[in-house]
Every structure is written in C-alpha cells, then in structure tokens.
Design a protein around this ligand. Structure first.
Ligand code: ADP
Ligand code: MG
Length: 570
C-alpha cells in the first residue's frame, strides 16, 4: 500500500478562489475591513492578558481612496505581522490565523469576537485588484517592517520597508475591470452596508461639523459662535443596541435604533423582542413588529443577518420561517457561517435551531403581551393579525401556541379567543350536526343586508377580512372539528338550530311565484338560491344566497394553486 498527500497546485486553485469564492465582488471590502478589525481586537486581547505591553492608542480602521494612484488602502493599527507571520498566515491559503487565535485564547475576553474563520477572505482582494501590497509593522518590539506584494500569479515578493506605525496597510491596485471601486460613493455604500455596526471605529472620507469657535467669540444672541470643522467621517456605530443588555435600554432607545436600521422608514414599530441566547448557540438581536395593514403591500425581508456585527445578508427567506420574514430587525450570531452559499445556510443545523428558537420567542412574547394587558393587545390586534394568521398557517409549532391568543373580532366590536367565542355563540348557532357555526363577513358594507338579517335573527357575525382569511378558516376548521365557518351571505343561515320554521315573507305567494323565475333567470341556479324574507320593515324582501361549499370552490379557483403564499405579492 502506498500513502500519499494530495497536492494542491496554487496555479490552479487561485483562479477558482478569485472567480468563485464570492458571487459578489464588493465583498472584498467586507473581508479586508473585517481582517483589520480582527487585528485591532487581537491587540486588545493581548493587551488585557498582559502579553502586549505597549500603548494601544485609539484603535481604528481607515479606508483611504487615492484616485490618481488608482489605489484603495485599508489601514489598521492592530497587531501587524512579521515576515514569518506573513509566511504562515498569508502564503498558506486556507490557513486561518483568526481560527488559530481563537483556539489559543479561548475564554479570554474579546477572543470570541474575532470574525475571521476560513482563511480565505484576504484573497478576495484579487477579485478587484491586479496587484496587492501588504505593508506591515508587527506589535513585537524591535520588529522590522516588511512589504509583501503579489499580482496573484501566484508569485509573491517580500522585502524590508520603512514603516513607522504599528499595524497593517493593505494596498489594492484596482484592476481595469473594477474601476467602480475607485468611486467614493460606491465605497461609502459598501461600507454603510457591511460595516455600519462593526465594533471598532471605521473611518472613510471627511465630513464637516459645527463646533464652538475656539476664540470664544459669541454670536448676536450671546451663544458661542460656531465654525465649520472638517473631520474624519466615522461610518459605524460601534455599540449598536442589540449588543447591549435590555436593562440598559429604554423604549426610546429601541425606537431610535429602529430608525438607525431603516433610515427611510417613518412608521414606528408596534413593539420589539430582544433576543439573547448563549446556549446551545450564540444569538443576539432585536426583532421589531411592524404594523401590517390588510391589503397593503407588506415589506418583507427587512431582517438583517449579522455575524459578530458584520453584515451578511438581508434576504433571510429560507433561513428563518417564512412568516418571520414579515418582521424587521437584526439577528446576530457567530454560529451562522459567513462566506457560504445560501443553500448551505438552509441546511445548516445551527441555522435550523436558531429558526426554531426565534419562532418560540415570538410566540412567547405575544402570549405574554396577551396575558399581561389584554386591552392593549386587542388595540394592536388589527396590525398583528395578518402576522399571527400567517404564522399559524405556516408553522405548526407556532400554531400550537397561538391558539391561546389568536383573536376573532365581532362586528359588534368585541374580541374573543376561539374558545371564548364558541362559548358565546354555541347556544344559538349550533346546527343539526352539532357544529358551532361561525358566521363572518369579509365586506361589512357590501354584505350589509346579510349581516343585518343575521343579527336580527340573534346571530353574531365576525369581521374577517385579511388576505389570509380563506386559508385561516380552513386551518381553524381542521384544528377544531367542532366548528364550521359560513360567510354571512351563504345559505347556512336557515340551517342553524334556532330557525326551524321558514322565514315569513313580505310578499304574497302569487307575487313570489311571479318574481322567483325572473331572479333565477338572472343568476346561476346551481350556484345561487333565491330566498324571500321579511324580518323587518327595512329588510330586503329578496336575498340571494350561495352554498358555502360552492363559494369556497370558486374562491379556490380564483386563488389558483398559489396557496396562502399567493396572498402576499412580492
Ligand atoms: P481569516 O480572517 O478567516 O483568518 P483571511 O484570509 O481573511 O482569513 O486572513 C488570513 C490571516 O492573515 C488572518 O487570520 C490574519 O492572521 C492575517 N491577516 C490578514 N489581514 C491582517 C491584518 N490587517 N493585520 C494582521 N493580520 C492580518
Ligand atoms: Mg478574514
């Protein structure tokens, strides 16, 4: 038997990394800034463990654009690298210095905040650069600063240089086909997207702020005179709300964080859930419940997924259960793998556990609100019900819990749980088969006369008009076989127990016989029934009803095969 080692030819693997590692080229900046943040975080850990004795200074990351030189530089004042470290961490593809560091400093404060993982991120620089330089001075006292350079061939050179400040500059010579990355607005956009909440200040470009005039001069009103001062523009908030403990935060803090996340949204969220788990996986985050109005296009997919404060994606569909994509907010978990494909994420067992956990938290929160202040819960119900109905339809685990707080809204104004409502109406609305028949309208104005005659017979009518109503009704009937729903204009009214005798008619028999064929001519006799009634003076003498099952069949056809998802246009 012969044993051997598979040999990786860098010439072959390099183009693959460059082309296929990330589908999105802009990711290179996220990777390089994350490395720079890691370099500063490592220095913090080393300093607090006593291994690094020098001055930390103001740890920060700078992104510098030089259009004339066609370079983009990512600068940090972190740990830096010696020539040996470059050999180990850079010249060996897929050897992760970050991973090694985390292993070595496990349990030390800050070590778990290191972002890097796979040892591939650095090479994403070659997706946009034709030449890359690393200029670096290590934290070790008396180190020689060095420059590594490569055009991705994959040869590299390494030489001694003069660099006075501790830390690393990654200099990208932007390639001809990637000149967009020399545009200030493009870089700013990428930084805003991926780096907005990184834990170390990231600065790019300048901004002008107003400051008190140092001369002490006053304006006409006696206030200190203001002057314009140019300063570095910091693009990130290093301590976003979700990284804090809920006890530190007020309702106002949550609201202002909401607007920080969605600067273009003016609507206030209904309420929030602060997630904080450290076992069996790590997860923090804040979920906001937006007001979801009926028949108004719902803004889905606004949840932002982060890993250690680095933005990964805001399309969480197939990662969290579908109904949760109606929520807004942030989920941050270092256990969600960065850098990997969507299909991998879906299959990832951590991601599945996280989904189940969030579903449970959301249900628990609603239950808690319902129990704590029912009036308040009822007042929010109209903005919540589409979400709850959607959850009941799509997740059995959620449905089990939601049974206790899902509300039915009577046209008389009251809110009832399904159990309460059954109790309320069962004496008067039970049919021959002992089913409690729940009457509802999905169009109070259009079905006005039907609602009225049902009420006059002593029945209660619910208002149910969400886009999910038909599916929600089927689901309730499946879960509780003692109930059945009938729309108020169906022919079920005269099958309820109270009404044993025919309704008295306003018309004489002769009149009825003369009129009936005229109406039956006008409507489809198989689908509709012409009925005469005279409950009161104001009542219509003739109503046209439809068997509930036929109406549902027609509704089904109209909805096509889309199921309840069809109710939410993208
Ligand atoms: P990862 O971050 O997953 O470890 P990368 O390919 O992004 O992999 O980086 C490889 C290694 O190179 C890092 O782990 C780190 O040791 C080193 N490195 C990269 N950028 C810097 C930097 N700015 N300062 C210090 N070390 C760096
Ligand atoms: Mg990295």
């Amino acid at each position: 038997m012969k044993k051997g080692q598979i040999n990786v030819q860098t010439e072959n693997i390099f183009p693959i990394i460059k082309k296929f590692l990330y589908s999105d080229h802009e990711i290179f900046l996220r990777e390089l800034v994350s490395n720079a943040v890691d370099a500063t975080q490592k220095l913090r850990v080393l300093s607090s463990s006593g291994e690094f004795k020098g001055e930390l200074g103001d740890l920060k990351v700078e992104v510098i654009l030089d259009k004339d030189a066609r370079t983009l530089t990512i600068r940090d004042n972190g740990v830096g690298m010696t020539a040996d470290e470059i050999d180990k961490y850079i010249n060996q593809i897929a050897f992760s210095g970050a991973e090694e560091f985390v292993q070595q400093y496990k349990g030390k404060e800050g070590a778990e905040q290191i972002i890097g993982h796979f040892g591939l991120g650095f090479y994403s620089a070659f997706m946009v650069a034709e030449r890359v330089q690393i200029q670096t001075l290590s934290r070790h006292e008396g180190s020689q600063s060095v420059q590594w350079e490569s055009n991705g061939n994959p040869e590299f050179t390494i030489e001694e240089i003069e660099k006075k400040d501790r830390g690393t500059d990654i200099v990208l010579y932007i390639a001809e086909d990637s000149l967009e990355f020399l545009e200030e607005s493009r870089i700013r956009g990428i930084l805003d997207k991926y780096c907005k909440f990184l834990p170390i200040p990231v600065v790019f470009g300048k901004e002008t702020i107003k400051q008190d005039d140092p001369s002490g001069e006053k304006d006409e009103e006696g206030n200190p005179k203001k002057i314009d001062v140019e300063q570095e523009r910091q693009i990130n908030n290093t301590a976003p709300a979700w990284t804090k403990s809920p006890s530190e935060l007020t309702d106002e803090d949550y609201k202002s964080f909401y607007h920080e996340l969605y600067p273009m949204t003016f609507e206030e969220p209904l309420f929030h859930i602060h997630l904080n788990v450290d076992y069996p996986f790590n997860l923090t985050g804040i979920l906001f419940f937006p007001k979801i109005k009926e028949n108004v296009e719902v803004q889905r997919n606004k949840i932002q997924l982060y890993s250690n404060q680095v933005f990964i994606t805001d399309s969480v569909e197939n990662i969290v259960p579908d109904f949760l994509t109606l929520l807004h907010g942030v989920i941050d978990s270092p256990d969600i793998p960065l850098n990997v494909s969507r299909s991998y994420l879906q299959a990832d067992s951590n991601v599945k556990k996280i989904s189940a956990h969030i579903t449970k938290k959301v249900a628990d929160k609603l239950r808690e609100m319902f129990n704590k202040d029912r009036k308040d819960f009822e007042s929010k119900w109209n903005d919540l019900k589409v979400f709850v109905e959607y959850g009941i339809l799509s997740e059995d685990k959620f449905a089990e819990k939601a049974e206790k707080f899902v509300l039915l809204n009577s046209t008389e104004g009251g809110f009832y749980t399904v159990e309460e409502y059954k109790e309320k109406i069962k004496a008067s609305q039970t049919d021959k088969n002992d089913k409690v028949v729940i009457l509802y309208t999905n169009d109070k104005d259009g079905q006005y006369s039907f609602v009225k005659s049902a009420k006059e017979r002593g029945y209660d009518v619910l208002e149910m008009n969400s886009p999910l109503t038909p599916h929600f009704i089927s689901k309730l009937e499946q879960t509780d076989t003692d109930i059945s729903f009938a729309r108020v204009d169906s022919d079920s009214l005269d099958r309820l127990i109270q009404k044993e005798e025919e309704l008295p008619s306003k018309l004489t028999k002769e009149q009825e016989e003369a009129i009936k064929p005229v109406f039956e001519e006008a409507v489809d006799k198989v689908k509709f029934t012409v009925q005469f009634q005279s409950m009161s003076e104001k009542d219509a003498p003739i109503i046209i009803t439809q068997p509930e099952f036929i109406r549902r069949m027609m509704e089904q056809q109209k909805l096509g095969g889309a199921g309840f998802m069809g109710a939410f246009p993208e």
